[in-house]
Write a protein that binds this ligand. Structure first.
Ligand SMILES: *Cc1c(COP(=O)(O)O)cnc(C)c1O
Length: 239
């Protein structure tokens, strides 16, 4: 078996077990396979193995691969079932291109960006789903809103009803111990509950996007239902 596909199976197993530990069903957790830096054949391998969510962190790289992935064998079924997720920082001058590819933008971190997304979505006469990125670890220089600013942000976002805010996203710290990030993930979940309680018209807290290769099981235990995993899928140990 292709070692990448083997990795995929074992990750799905681990996701299922973490889901059970948090009293949820395995299929309530979606795997976003992070393909930044990966080749089109590597991407095709996971799509053939049933992956339906692709995560890219740069618009330009995604754009280069998007056409090629959709042009390969099984293009029709791939195109119909695969959703592309933008998980990295988005510059306002890339919004127009991003809207042509991505089903969900995980990384909205300013009102100016949200406004530009709204403007471009209106031009396309289509709504767009986004998540709001929160800097839960309070590391300086990291993207994401401060937790303290989130409710005010949601209020301001009501001016842009073509943008559906359907959840929150965060990134843990780089750390050798996944437990380090449990408080950050718990904070994101608590914030989502706070936001939900306000019942803003353009906001539904359906998704918590948190957890990567190092810490996805902890994230699931704390309520993640979108996990973004790259290395654990694509890194193949040489024996
Ligand atoms: C690269 C990346 C991931 C995946 O990280 P891995 O450690 O490879 O699993 C997840 N989220 C974001 C925002 C990323 O940039």
């Amino acid at each position: 078996m292709n070692p990448i596909v083997n990795n995929l199976f074992s990750i799905n197993e681990r996701i299922a077990r973490a889901a059970e530990r948090s009293s949820r069903t395995p299929d309530s957790i979606e795997l976003v396979a992070v393909t930044k830096g990966r080749s089109v054949p590597e991407m095709q391998a996971i799509l053939d193995a049933g992956v339906t969510n692709i995560g890219e962190n740069r618009v330009q790289e995604a754009q280069q691969k998007y056409g090629a992935v959709n042009a390969t064998a099984d293009a029709i079924s791939t195109r119909e079932t695969c959703r592309w997720h933008l998980i990295g920082h988005l510059q306002r001058n890339k919004v127009k291109t991003a809207l042509e590819m991505f089903s969900l933008i995980h990384s909205v971190d300013s009102l100016r960006l949200l406004a530009e997304i709204a403007r471009r979505a209106e031009a396309r006469a289509q709504g767009i789903d986004v998540l709001i990125q929160v800097n839960t670890t309070r590391e300086t220089g990291k993207y994401g809103l401060d937790a303290a600013d989130l409710l005010a942000f949601m209020e301001d976002a009501q001016a842009y009803p073509t943008v559906n805010i359907i959840g929150l996203m965060t990134m843990g710290q780089f750390s050798s111990s996944p437990e380090t990030n449990r408080p950050a993930f718990a904070l994101l979940r608590a914030l989502a509950e706070k936001v939900e309680a306000q019942q803003f018209p353009t906001v539904t807290m359906q998704h918590l996007s948190m957890g990567m290769t190092n810490d996805f099981e902890i994230a699931i235990e704390e309520g993640a239902n979108l996990v973004r995993i790259g290395r654990a899928i694509f890194e193949v140990s040489e024996e």
